[in-house]
Design a protein. Sequence first.
Length: 118
Amino acid sequence: MLSITSASRVLLCMAPTDMRRSFDTLAGMIRQHLGHNPLCGAWFVFRSRRGDRVKIMYWDRDGYALWYKRLEKGTFRFPKGGDGSAAVEVSAADLLMLLDGVDLQSVKRGERFTLPTA
């Protein structure tokens, strides 16, 4: 079971990933390909080439945690990264919808207040 909070940072890796990769190889990919520190506490989400498998890796206080899911039917639909970036940041709610089969491109959201960035 995943225990994610709304304050959790979630990064989707846009490049298809070999699902045979494990902790150290995925951590290296986070450093090299995504340009992030795998120990930062963010949740890093990787999708297989066919889109029917997903791995989530994050640092959990004293070690890496890895979560893996394979669909029997259908695919995980990652949003399109328009700017060509290696990773797309989404909210924790978006991740839960993505894992539940919701196409994030079709979600309509109402306007919400956000603090301006400095």
